[in-house]
Write a protein that binds this ligand. Sequence first.
Ligand SMILES: [Zn+2]
Length: 575
Amino acid sequence: MKLPTLACFVLAGLQAIAQEIPAVAGWQIGLPTPGTHRAGVDIHAPHSGKGCGKIVGTASEKSARGCFIQEFYKKTAIKPGRAYRYAISYRTAPQMEGKAAFLIDCYTAEGEKSHKSLISERLPAGAEWKTVSGEVSIPEKVVRVRMLLYLHGKGTAWFDDAFFGYTTDGAPNLLKNGGLEPPGSYALDLAPENGTGRVKLSADFENGTLGKVKEIAPNEFYVYASAPDKPRSPFLWFHFRVEGCEGREITFHVNPTPFARDNTGGNGTRSPVMSHDGDQWAGIESKSWNDDGTVLTFKHRFERSPAWVASFYPFTADHISRFIAKHKSNPHFSPRVLGKTKQGRDLRAYTITDAAVPEADKRVIMFTALQHDLETTGAMAQEGICRFLLSNDPRAAKLRRAFVFHVVPQMNPDGIAAGNMYCPVGNLNRQWGLDTTAETTAVEQFARELAARGRKIELFMDFHGWCTPERATILMTYGKEITDEATERDALRLVEKIKPKLNGKVSTTLWRKRIQTVTGITSDVSRLASGWMKFEAGARLACSIEIFGEGTCTQDQYFAWGRAFAEGMAEYFGF
Ligand SMILES: [Zn+2]
Protein backbone atom coordinates (compact mmCIF):
# COMPACT_ATOMS: atom_id res chain seq x y z
CA MET A 1 0.00 0.00 0.00
CA LYS A 2 2.95 2.28 0.56
CA LEU A 3 3.72 3.02 -3.05
CA PRO A 4 0.30 4.31 -4.19
CA THR A 5 0.02 6.50 -1.08
CA LEU A 6 3.37 8.05 -1.82
CA ALA A 7 2.47 8.50 -5.51
CA CYS A 8 -0.76 10.28 -4.54
CA PHE A 9 1.09 12.53 -2.15
CA VAL A 10 3.70 13.45 -4.77
CA LEU A 11 1.00 14.17 -7.33
CA ALA A 12 -0.88 16.41 -4.90
CA GLY A 13 2.38 18.20 -4.15
CA LEU A 14 3.04 18.78 -7.83
CA GLN A 15 -0.42 20.22 -8.34
CA ALA A 16 0.08 22.59 -5.43
CA ILE A 17 3.37 23.75 -6.91
CA ALA A 18 1.80 24.05 -10.37
CA GLN A 19 -0.64 26.64 -8.98
CA GLU A 20 2.23 28.79 -7.71
CA ILE A 21 4.31 31.03 -9.90
CA PRO A 22 7.60 32.05 -8.26
CA ALA A 23 7.54 35.63 -9.58
CA VAL A 24 5.29 38.64 -9.39
CA ALA A 25 5.67 41.75 -11.52
CA GLY A 26 6.29 44.99 -9.64
CA TRP A 27 7.23 43.26 -6.37
CA GLN A 28 10.54 42.00 -5.15
CA ILE A 29 10.50 38.68 -3.41
CA GLY A 30 12.60 38.85 -0.26
CA LEU A 31 13.90 35.49 1.02
CA PRO A 32 16.52 36.50 3.59
CA THR A 33 16.61 33.01 5.16
CA PRO A 34 17.27 30.76 2.15
CA GLY A 35 15.39 27.47 2.05
CA THR A 36 12.84 28.35 4.73
CA HIS A 37 10.27 30.24 2.66
CA ARG A 38 9.01 30.48 -0.88
CA ALA A 39 6.88 33.20 -2.39
CA GLY A 40 5.07 33.83 -5.63
CA VAL A 41 1.69 34.19 -7.26
CA ASP A 42 -1.09 31.72 -6.49
CA ILE A 43 -3.86 31.56 -9.10
CA HIS A 44 -6.12 29.50 -6.85
CA ALA A 45 -8.89 31.51 -5.11
CA PRO A 46 -7.54 35.05 -5.13
CA HIS A 47 -9.45 37.87 -3.40
CA SER A 48 -9.96 39.42 -6.84
CA GLY A 49 -8.50 39.16 -10.32
CA LYS A 50 -6.51 36.17 -11.57
CA GLY A 51 -4.04 35.74 -8.75
CA CYS A 52 -2.75 36.75 -5.36
CA GLY A 53 0.58 36.67 -3.56
CA LYS A 54 1.39 33.59 -1.50
CA ILE A 55 4.20 32.97 0.99
CA VAL A 56 4.82 29.51 2.39
CA GLY A 57 7.11 29.04 5.38
CA THR A 58 8.46 25.64 6.44
CA ALA A 59 10.71 26.71 9.31
CA SER A 60 10.58 29.15 12.18
CA GLU A 61 14.12 29.04 13.57
CA LYS A 62 16.37 32.09 13.54
CA SER A 63 13.72 34.57 12.40
CA ALA A 64 13.02 32.58 9.22
CA ARG A 65 10.86 34.72 6.94
CA GLY A 66 9.81 35.64 3.43
CA CYS A 67 8.17 38.73 2.04
CA PHE A 68 6.95 40.76 -0.90
CA ILE A 69 8.49 44.23 -1.14
CA GLN A 70 7.60 47.19 -3.26
CA GLU A 71 9.37 50.47 -2.87
CA PHE A 72 8.86 54.04 -4.03
CA TYR A 73 12.38 55.18 -4.71
CA LYS A 74 14.33 57.14 -7.32
CA LYS A 75 12.19 57.02 -10.49
CA THR A 76 9.13 55.90 -8.53
CA ALA A 77 9.72 58.13 -5.47
CA ILE A 78 6.62 59.74 -3.97
CA LYS A 79 6.13 63.20 -2.52
CA PRO A 80 7.03 63.24 1.19
CA GLY A 81 5.38 65.44 3.83
CA ARG A 82 1.82 64.31 3.17
CA ALA A 83 -0.69 61.60 4.01
CA TYR A 84 -1.39 58.52 1.95
CA ARG A 85 -4.04 55.82 2.15
CA TYR A 86 -3.04 52.17 2.21
CA ALA A 87 -4.93 48.89 2.10
CA ILE A 88 -4.13 45.20 1.95
CA SER A 89 -6.31 42.10 1.85
CA TYR A 90 -4.97 38.88 3.31
CA ARG A 91 -5.81 35.43 4.59
CA THR A 92 -3.71 32.70 6.16
CA ALA A 93 -3.74 29.00 6.90
CA PRO A 94 -6.55 28.62 9.50
CA GLN A 95 -4.12 27.84 12.28
CA MET A 96 -0.45 28.45 12.06
CA GLU A 97 2.60 28.83 14.19
CA GLY A 98 3.96 31.63 11.98
CA LYS A 99 2.77 35.22 11.81
CA ALA A 100 1.77 37.38 8.89
CA ALA A 101 2.59 41.08 9.06
CA PHE A 102 2.16 44.26 7.07
CA LEU A 103 4.78 47.02 7.16
CA ILE A 104 5.39 50.44 5.70
CA ASP A 105 8.79 51.97 6.36
CA CYS A 106 10.89 54.83 5.04
CA TYR A 107 14.40 56.20 4.65
CA THR A 108 15.86 59.66 4.18
CA ALA A 109 18.88 60.36 1.95
CA GLU A 110 21.11 59.27 4.86
CA GLY A 111 20.34 55.65 3.98
CA GLU A 112 20.21 52.66 6.37
CA LYS A 113 20.72 54.63 9.58
CA SER A 114 17.66 56.75 8.80
CA HIS A 115 15.37 53.71 8.60
CA LYS A 116 12.01 54.36 10.26
CA SER A 117 9.00 52.08 10.60
CA LEU A 118 5.71 53.90 9.90
CA ILE A 119 3.18 51.06 9.99
CA SER A 120 3.87 47.66 11.53
CA GLU A 121 0.76 45.57 11.84
CA ARG A 122 0.45 41.94 12.90
CA LEU A 123 -2.18 40.19 10.80
CA PRO A 124 -4.11 37.63 12.93
CA ALA A 125 -4.45 34.16 11.35
CA GLY A 126 -7.72 33.42 9.62
CA ALA A 127 -8.95 31.44 6.61
CA GLU A 128 -11.29 34.22 5.37
CA TRP A 129 -10.06 37.23 3.41
CA LYS A 130 -9.80 40.35 5.57
CA THR A 131 -8.88 43.85 4.55
CA VAL A 132 -6.66 46.16 6.59
CA SER A 133 -6.56 49.85 5.63
CA GLY A 134 -5.66 53.23 7.02
CA GLU A 135 -3.71 56.40 6.48
CA VAL A 136 -0.02 56.97 6.88
CA SER A 137 1.83 60.24 7.03
CA ILE A 138 5.14 60.23 5.13
CA PRO A 139 7.60 62.54 6.92
CA GLU A 140 9.43 65.38 5.18
CA LYS A 141 12.81 64.57 3.57
CA VAL A 142 11.91 60.93 3.00
CA VAL A 143 13.36 59.66 -0.29
CA ARG A 144 12.37 56.01 -0.09
CA VAL A 145 9.16 54.37 1.09
CA ARG A 146 8.59 50.62 1.16
CA MET A 147 5.56 48.39 1.57
CA LEU A 148 6.34 44.90 2.90
CA LEU A 149 4.06 41.88 3.14
CA TYR A 150 5.62 39.34 5.51
CA LEU A 151 5.30 35.81 6.72
CA HIS A 152 7.50 35.03 9.74
CA GLY A 153 7.93 31.33 10.60
CA LYS A 154 5.85 28.30 9.59
CA GLY A 155 2.57 28.66 7.77
CA THR A 156 0.97 30.13 4.67
CA ALA A 157 -0.21 33.66 3.98
CA TRP A 158 -1.98 35.06 0.95
CA PHE A 159 -2.01 38.78 0.04
CA ASP A 160 -4.12 40.58 -2.54
CA ASP A 161 -5.36 44.02 -3.58
CA ALA A 162 -2.57 46.07 -2.07
CA PHE A 163 -3.19 49.81 -2.38
CA PHE A 164 -1.07 52.86 -1.71
CA GLY A 165 -2.21 56.25 -3.00
CA TYR A 166 -3.49 59.72 -2.14
CA THR A 167 -6.27 59.95 0.40
CA THR A 168 -8.77 61.47 -2.05
CA ASP A 169 -11.62 59.29 -3.33
CA GLY A 170 -10.78 57.47 -6.54
CA ALA A 171 -7.05 58.26 -6.26
CA PRO A 172 -5.00 55.90 -8.44
CA ASN A 173 -2.99 53.07 -6.96
CA LEU A 174 0.67 54.09 -6.94
CA LEU A 175 1.75 50.47 -6.51
CA LYS A 176 2.69 48.55 -9.59
CA ASN A 177 0.57 45.40 -9.83
CA GLY A 178 -1.15 46.01 -6.49
CA GLY A 179 -3.42 43.06 -7.32
CA LEU A 180 -0.39 40.72 -7.32
CA GLU A 181 -1.62 39.41 -10.64
CA PRO A 182 0.34 36.66 -12.36
CA PRO A 183 2.94 37.71 -14.93
CA GLY A 184 2.64 36.80 -18.63
CA SER A 185 5.02 33.93 -17.90
CA TYR A 186 2.40 32.08 -15.86
CA ALA A 187 1.08 29.95 -18.70
CA LEU A 188 4.59 28.49 -18.94
CA ASP A 189 4.77 28.06 -15.18
CA LEU A 190 1.59 26.02 -15.33
CA ALA A 191 2.60 24.02 -18.41
CA PRO A 192 3.24 20.37 -17.52
CA GLU A 193 6.58 18.68 -17.98
CA ASN A 194 6.43 16.92 -21.34
CA GLY A 195 9.86 16.23 -22.67
CA THR A 196 12.03 13.38 -23.79
CA GLY A 197 15.01 14.06 -21.51
CA ARG A 198 17.40 13.70 -24.46
CA VAL A 199 18.63 17.28 -24.26
CA LYS A 200 20.18 18.23 -20.92
CA LEU A 201 20.80 21.72 -19.56
CA SER A 202 23.28 22.29 -16.75
CA ALA A 203 25.27 25.04 -15.09
CA ASP A 204 27.66 23.07 -12.87
CA PHE A 205 30.74 25.00 -13.99
CA GLU A 206 32.36 28.30 -13.00
CA ASN A 207 30.32 31.29 -14.16
CA GLY A 208 27.36 28.95 -14.90
CA THR A 209 23.95 30.15 -13.69
CA LEU A 210 20.59 28.52 -14.25
CA GLY A 211 17.46 28.16 -12.13
CA LYS A 212 14.62 25.67 -12.49
CA VAL A 213 14.45 23.81 -15.83
CA LYS A 214 11.31 22.29 -17.33
CA GLU A 215 11.08 20.59 -20.72
CA ILE A 216 7.55 21.49 -21.80
CA ALA A 217 7.76 19.72 -25.19
CA PRO A 218 10.49 17.83 -26.99
CA ASN A 219 13.28 20.36 -27.72
CA GLU A 220 11.38 23.15 -25.92
CA PHE A 221 12.50 24.35 -22.49
CA TYR A 222 11.17 26.76 -19.92
CA VAL A 223 13.97 27.86 -17.59
CA TYR A 224 14.60 30.38 -14.85
CA ALA A 225 17.77 32.44 -15.14
CA SER A 226 18.51 32.02 -11.44
CA ALA A 227 17.39 29.95 -8.48
CA PRO A 228 15.34 31.96 -5.94
CA ASP A 229 17.14 30.57 -2.89
CA LYS A 230 20.72 31.07 -4.13
CA PRO A 231 22.84 34.21 -4.30
CA ARG A 232 22.50 35.75 -7.74
CA SER A 233 24.05 38.49 -9.80
CA PRO A 234 22.58 41.98 -9.39
CA PHE A 235 22.34 41.91 -13.20
CA LEU A 236 20.41 39.59 -15.46
CA TRP A 237 22.81 36.69 -15.95
CA PHE A 238 22.36 33.14 -17.22
CA HIS A 239 24.98 30.80 -18.62
CA PHE A 240 24.35 27.10 -19.17
CA ARG A 241 25.58 24.09 -21.08
CA VAL A 242 23.32 22.27 -23.54
CA GLU A 243 24.08 18.61 -24.17
CA GLY A 244 22.50 16.25 -26.70
CA CYS A 245 21.65 19.19 -28.95
CA GLU A 246 23.44 18.17 -32.15
CA GLY A 247 21.22 18.67 -35.19
CA ARG A 248 18.29 19.91 -33.09
CA GLU A 249 16.48 23.20 -33.16
CA ILE A 250 15.82 24.00 -29.54
CA THR A 251 13.48 26.66 -28.19
CA PHE A 252 14.27 28.29 -24.86
CA HIS A 253 11.84 30.37 -22.84
CA VAL A 254 13.92 32.16 -20.20
CA ASN A 255 12.23 33.70 -17.19
CA PRO A 256 14.76 36.25 -15.91
CA THR A 257 12.91 37.06 -12.67
CA PRO A 258 13.56 39.29 -10.71
CA PHE A 259 14.66 40.97 -13.93
CA ALA A 260 12.56 41.62 -17.02
CA ARG A 261 12.83 43.11 -20.50
CA ASP A 262 12.79 46.64 -19.11
CA ASN A 263 15.06 45.89 -16.18
CA THR A 264 18.09 43.77 -16.98
CA GLY A 265 20.76 45.76 -15.13
CA GLY A 266 22.80 45.87 -18.37
CA ASN A 267 23.61 43.94 -21.53
CA GLY A 268 19.91 43.38 -22.23
CA THR A 269 19.96 44.49 -25.84
CA ARG A 270 22.47 41.85 -26.96
CA SER A 271 21.00 38.94 -25.09
CA PRO A 272 21.41 35.99 -25.71
CA VAL A 273 24.61 34.52 -27.19
CA MET A 274 25.81 30.96 -27.89
CA SER A 275 29.09 29.13 -28.36
CA HIS A 276 30.42 25.64 -29.11
CA ASP A 277 33.80 26.13 -27.43
CA GLY A 278 33.32 28.80 -24.75
CA ASP A 279 35.61 31.22 -26.64
CA GLN A 280 33.87 32.14 -29.89
CA TRP A 281 30.44 33.54 -29.15
CA ALA A 282 27.70 34.58 -31.56
CA GLY A 283 24.45 36.40 -30.96
CA ILE A 284 21.21 34.42 -31.27
CA GLU A 285 19.05 36.52 -33.56
CA SER A 286 15.79 34.57 -33.40
CA LYS A 287 14.45 36.00 -30.17
CA SER A 288 11.54 37.91 -28.71
CA TRP A 289 10.06 39.02 -25.40
CA ASN A 290 6.46 38.23 -24.42
CA ASP A 291 3.97 41.09 -23.99
CA ASP A 292 4.81 42.06 -20.42
CA GLY A 293 8.55 41.44 -20.82
CA THR A 294 8.67 38.55 -18.36
CA VAL A 295 9.87 35.82 -20.76
CA LEU A 296 12.67 35.95 -23.33
CA THR A 297 12.07 33.31 -26.00
CA PHE A 298 14.75 32.29 -28.48
CA LYS A 299 15.56 29.33 -30.62
CA HIS A 300 18.69 27.97 -32.20
CA ARG A 301 19.61 25.02 -34.40
CA PHE A 302 22.77 23.48 -32.94
CA GLU A 303 25.16 21.89 -35.38
CA ARG A 304 27.20 20.28 -32.65
CA SER A 305 27.00 19.25 -29.05
CA PRO A 306 27.67 20.42 -26.44
CA ALA A 307 26.93 24.11 -26.72
CA TRP A 308 26.83 26.98 -24.24
CA VAL A 309 24.16 29.66 -24.02
CA ALA A 310 24.58 32.88 -22.04
CA SER A 311 22.79 36.17 -21.57
CA PHE A 312 25.88 38.05 -22.85
CA TYR A 313 29.45 37.31 -23.93
CA PRO A 314 31.04 35.63 -20.90
CA PHE A 315 34.70 36.13 -20.08
CA THR A 316 35.69 33.19 -17.93
CA ALA A 317 38.80 31.87 -16.20
CA ASP A 318 38.74 28.94 -18.65
CA HIS A 319 38.88 31.41 -21.52
CA ILE A 320 41.96 33.01 -19.97
CA SER A 321 43.58 29.57 -19.52
CA ARG A 322 42.99 28.86 -23.22
CA PHE A 323 44.34 32.31 -24.20
CA ILE A 324 47.50 31.60 -22.19
CA ALA A 325 47.86 28.11 -23.72
CA LYS A 326 47.47 29.55 -27.22
CA HIS A 327 50.21 32.17 -26.75
CA LYS A 328 52.52 30.22 -24.44
CA SER A 329 55.04 29.54 -27.21
CA ASN A 330 55.09 33.18 -28.37
CA PRO A 331 58.50 34.52 -27.23
CA HIS A 332 56.94 37.92 -26.47
CA PHE A 333 54.34 36.49 -24.09
CA SER A 334 54.76 35.33 -20.51
CA PRO A 335 51.96 34.55 -18.09
CA ARG A 336 52.36 34.97 -14.34
CA VAL A 337 50.32 34.79 -11.14
CA LEU A 338 50.23 37.98 -9.07
CA GLY A 339 48.64 36.42 -6.01
CA LYS A 340 45.54 34.66 -4.73
CA THR A 341 41.99 35.94 -4.55
CA LYS A 342 40.03 35.85 -1.30
CA GLN A 343 38.70 32.39 -2.25
CA GLY A 344 42.15 31.19 -3.26
CA ARG A 345 41.94 31.46 -7.04
CA ASP A 346 44.94 32.62 -9.03
CA LEU A 347 45.02 36.31 -9.91
CA ARG A 348 46.63 35.98 -13.31
CA ALA A 349 48.52 38.44 -15.46
CA TYR A 350 50.42 38.43 -18.75
CA THR A 351 53.54 40.30 -19.74
CA ILE A 352 53.98 41.22 -23.39
CA THR A 353 57.33 42.64 -24.49
CA ASP A 354 60.36 42.06 -26.68
CA ALA A 355 62.67 40.21 -24.32
CA ALA A 356 65.65 41.01 -26.54
CA VAL A 357 65.50 44.64 -25.38
CA PRO A 358 66.83 45.11 -21.82
CA GLU A 359 64.12 45.97 -19.27
CA ALA A 360 65.97 49.16 -18.26
CA ASP A 361 65.52 50.49 -21.82
CA LYS A 362 61.73 50.10 -21.76
CA ARG A 363 58.89 51.91 -20.07
CA VAL A 364 55.85 50.19 -18.51
CA ILE A 365 52.22 50.15 -19.69
CA MET A 366 49.68 48.37 -17.52
CA PHE A 367 46.05 47.32 -18.08
CA THR A 368 43.37 45.88 -15.80
CA ALA A 369 39.87 44.63 -16.64
CA LEU A 370 36.88 42.97 -15.01
CA GLN A 371 36.94 44.57 -11.61
CA HIS A 372 33.19 44.52 -12.25
CA ASP A 373 32.53 41.03 -13.43
CA LEU A 374 29.64 41.51 -15.84
CA GLU A 375 31.54 44.24 -17.70
CA THR A 376 32.97 41.92 -20.31
CA THR A 377 32.95 44.47 -23.15
CA GLY A 378 35.98 46.07 -21.47
CA ALA A 379 37.64 42.64 -21.13
CA MET A 380 37.09 41.89 -24.82
CA ALA A 381 38.53 45.28 -25.83
CA GLN A 382 41.54 44.61 -23.63
CA GLU A 383 42.01 41.19 -25.23
CA GLY A 384 41.89 42.96 -28.61
CA ILE A 385 44.83 45.11 -27.48
CA CYS A 386 46.77 41.98 -26.43
CA ARG A 387 46.01 40.24 -29.72
CA PHE A 388 47.41 43.26 -31.59
CA LEU A 389 50.50 43.47 -29.37
CA LEU A 390 51.21 39.76 -30.00
CA SER A 391 50.74 40.12 -33.78
CA ASN A 392 53.26 40.59 -36.57
CA ASP A 393 52.13 44.17 -37.21
CA PRO A 394 55.27 46.36 -37.42
CA ARG A 395 53.72 48.85 -34.98
CA ALA A 396 53.22 46.02 -32.47
CA ALA A 397 56.90 45.11 -32.84
CA LYS A 398 57.88 48.73 -32.12
CA LEU A 399 55.59 48.88 -29.08
CA ARG A 400 57.08 45.63 -27.74
CA ARG A 401 60.58 47.04 -28.09
CA ALA A 402 59.72 50.30 -26.36
CA PHE A 403 57.45 48.98 -23.58
CA VAL A 404 56.76 46.17 -21.18
CA PHE A 405 52.98 45.59 -21.12
CA HIS A 406 51.56 44.09 -17.92
CA VAL A 407 47.96 42.94 -18.27
CA VAL A 408 45.57 41.75 -15.54
CA PRO A 409 42.73 40.32 -17.62
CA GLN A 410 40.42 39.42 -14.74
CA MET A 411 40.58 41.40 -11.49
CA ASN A 412 37.64 39.60 -9.96
CA PRO A 413 37.89 35.82 -10.56
CA ASP A 414 35.77 34.94 -7.50
CA GLY A 415 32.78 37.01 -8.58
CA ILE A 416 33.00 35.65 -12.11
CA ALA A 417 33.24 32.04 -10.92
CA ALA A 418 30.09 32.44 -8.80
CA GLY A 419 28.06 33.71 -11.77
CA ASN A 420 28.97 37.39 -12.11
CA MET A 421 28.18 38.41 -8.54
CA TYR A 422 29.51 41.93 -9.03
CA CYS A 423 32.35 41.85 -6.49
CA PRO A 424 31.61 39.49 -3.55
CA VAL A 425 34.21 41.54 -1.61
CA GLY A 426 32.48 44.85 -2.38
CA ASN A 427 33.16 47.21 -5.25
CA LEU A 428 36.83 46.59 -6.04
CA ASN A 429 37.08 49.89 -7.88
CA ARG A 430 36.51 51.85 -4.66
CA GLN A 431 39.02 49.98 -2.50
CA TRP A 432 42.43 50.74 -4.04
CA GLY A 433 45.01 51.68 -1.48
CA LEU A 434 42.89 50.45 1.43
CA ASP A 435 44.31 46.93 1.71
CA THR A 436 40.75 45.64 2.07
CA THR A 437 40.79 43.16 -0.82
CA ALA A 438 43.36 40.51 -1.73
CA GLU A 439 42.88 41.34 -5.42
CA THR A 440 43.67 45.07 -5.32
CA THR A 441 46.46 44.49 -2.77
CA ALA A 442 48.18 41.96 -5.08
CA VAL A 443 48.17 44.37 -8.03
CA GLU A 444 49.31 47.28 -5.84
CA GLN A 445 52.18 45.13 -4.56
CA PHE A 446 53.16 44.32 -8.15
CA ALA A 447 53.11 48.04 -9.09
CA ARG A 448 55.24 48.86 -6.01
CA GLU A 449 57.77 46.21 -7.00
CA LEU A 450 57.99 47.76 -10.46
CA ALA A 451 58.61 51.16 -8.87
CA ALA A 452 61.25 49.69 -6.52
CA ARG A 453 63.12 48.46 -9.60
CA GLY A 454 62.81 51.94 -11.11
CA ARG A 455 60.21 50.82 -13.68
CA LYS A 456 57.85 53.80 -13.81
CA ILE A 457 54.39 53.23 -15.26
CA GLU A 458 54.03 55.46 -18.32
CA LEU A 459 50.39 54.58 -18.97
CA PHE A 460 47.71 52.72 -17.02
CA MET A 461 44.27 51.84 -18.35
CA ASP A 462 41.42 50.18 -16.45
CA PHE A 463 38.67 48.74 -18.68
CA HIS A 464 34.96 48.56 -17.92
CA GLY A 465 31.70 48.61 -19.86
CA TRP A 466 28.68 46.68 -20.96
CA CYS A 467 26.27 46.63 -23.84
CA THR A 468 23.68 49.35 -24.01
CA PRO A 469 22.72 51.68 -26.82
CA GLU A 470 21.91 54.44 -24.33
CA ARG A 471 25.45 55.22 -23.23
CA ALA A 472 28.57 56.33 -25.03
CA THR A 473 32.06 54.92 -24.66
CA ILE A 474 33.84 57.15 -22.16
CA LEU A 475 37.56 57.80 -21.68
CA MET A 476 38.11 59.29 -18.23
CA THR A 477 41.37 60.82 -17.10
CA TYR A 478 42.77 63.53 -14.80
CA GLY A 479 42.92 67.27 -15.42
CA LYS A 480 45.74 69.74 -14.78
CA GLU A 481 44.17 70.96 -11.51
CA ILE A 482 45.14 67.67 -9.85
CA THR A 483 48.03 66.70 -12.15
CA ASP A 484 49.90 69.30 -14.22
CA GLU A 485 49.66 71.03 -17.61
CA ALA A 486 51.86 68.53 -19.45
CA THR A 487 50.00 65.50 -18.06
CA GLU A 488 46.62 66.87 -19.09
CA ARG A 489 47.93 67.79 -22.52
CA ASP A 490 49.46 64.33 -23.10
CA ALA A 491 46.41 62.50 -21.74
CA LEU A 492 44.16 64.44 -24.11
CA ARG A 493 46.54 63.90 -27.02
CA LEU A 494 46.44 60.12 -26.38
CA VAL A 495 42.65 60.15 -26.11
CA GLU A 496 42.37 62.17 -29.35
CA LYS A 497 44.53 59.57 -31.15
CA ILE A 498 42.28 56.72 -29.96
CA LYS A 499 38.86 58.34 -30.33
CA PRO A 500 38.60 58.65 -34.13
CA LYS A 501 39.43 54.95 -34.46
CA LEU A 502 36.46 53.86 -32.32
CA ASN A 503 32.94 53.32 -33.66
CA GLY A 504 29.85 54.86 -32.13
CA LYS A 505 29.57 57.70 -29.64
CA VAL A 506 32.75 58.39 -27.67
CA SER A 507 33.22 61.07 -25.04
CA THR A 508 36.04 62.27 -22.79
CA THR A 509 35.78 63.16 -19.12
CA LEU A 510 38.50 65.05 -17.26
CA TRP A 511 38.31 64.74 -13.49
CA ARG A 512 39.50 68.04 -12.06
CA LYS A 513 38.99 67.34 -8.35
CA ARG A 514 40.28 64.58 -6.13
CA ILE A 515 36.83 63.97 -4.64
CA GLN A 516 34.49 62.82 -7.38
CA THR A 517 31.12 61.16 -7.73
CA VAL A 518 31.66 58.28 -10.13
CA THR A 519 28.62 56.12 -11.02
CA GLY A 520 26.81 57.28 -7.91
CA ILE A 521 29.66 56.84 -5.40
CA THR A 522 31.56 59.82 -4.01
CA SER A 523 35.14 59.18 -2.99
CA ASP A 524 38.73 60.24 -3.46
CA VAL A 525 39.75 59.24 -6.98
CA SER A 526 42.71 57.36 -5.46
CA ARG A 527 40.28 54.64 -4.40
CA LEU A 528 39.76 53.93 -8.15
CA ALA A 529 42.32 51.77 -9.95
CA SER A 530 43.31 54.59 -12.32
CA GLY A 531 43.46 57.20 -9.53
CA TRP A 532 45.56 54.96 -7.28
CA MET A 533 47.96 54.29 -10.16
CA LYS A 534 48.14 58.00 -10.94
CA PHE A 535 48.37 59.50 -7.46
CA GLU A 536 49.82 56.71 -5.32
CA ALA A 537 51.92 54.66 -7.74
CA GLY A 538 53.20 57.52 -9.85
CA ALA A 539 51.79 56.43 -13.22
CA ARG A 540 52.30 59.28 -15.66
CA LEU A 541 49.01 58.86 -17.54
CA ALA A 542 46.04 56.95 -16.15
CA CYS A 543 42.59 56.37 -17.64
CA SER A 544 39.38 54.63 -16.71
CA ILE A 545 37.57 53.40 -19.79
CA GLU A 546 33.98 52.32 -20.25
CA ILE A 547 33.32 50.51 -23.49
CA PHE A 548 29.65 50.66 -24.42
CA GLY A 549 28.68 48.56 -27.41
CA GLU A 550 25.70 49.23 -29.59
CA GLY A 551 22.81 46.82 -29.28
CA THR A 552 24.10 44.29 -31.80
CA CYS A 553 27.87 44.58 -31.40
CA THR A 554 29.64 41.28 -32.11
CA GLN A 555 32.49 39.77 -30.13
CA ASP A 556 34.86 40.52 -33.04
CA GLN A 557 33.80 44.18 -33.00
CA TYR A 558 34.86 44.42 -29.37
CA PHE A 559 38.22 42.85 -30.23
CA ALA A 560 38.52 45.37 -33.09
CA TRP A 561 37.84 48.12 -30.57
CA GLY A 562 40.85 46.93 -28.60
CA ARG A 563 42.93 46.97 -31.77
CA ALA A 564 41.85 50.59 -32.29
CA PHE A 565 43.13 51.42 -28.78
CA ALA A 566 46.46 49.77 -29.57
CA GLU A 567 46.78 51.60 -32.89
CA GLY A 568 45.95 54.90 -31.19
CA MET A 569 48.64 54.21 -28.58
CA ALA A 570 51.17 53.38 -31.32
CA GLU A 571 50.36 56.66 -33.05
CA TYR A 572 50.64 58.61 -29.79
CA PHE A 573 54.08 57.13 -29.10
CA GLY A 574 55.15 57.99 -32.65
CA PHE A 575 55.10 54.51 -34.24
ZN1 LIG B 1 32.72 49.08 -14.02
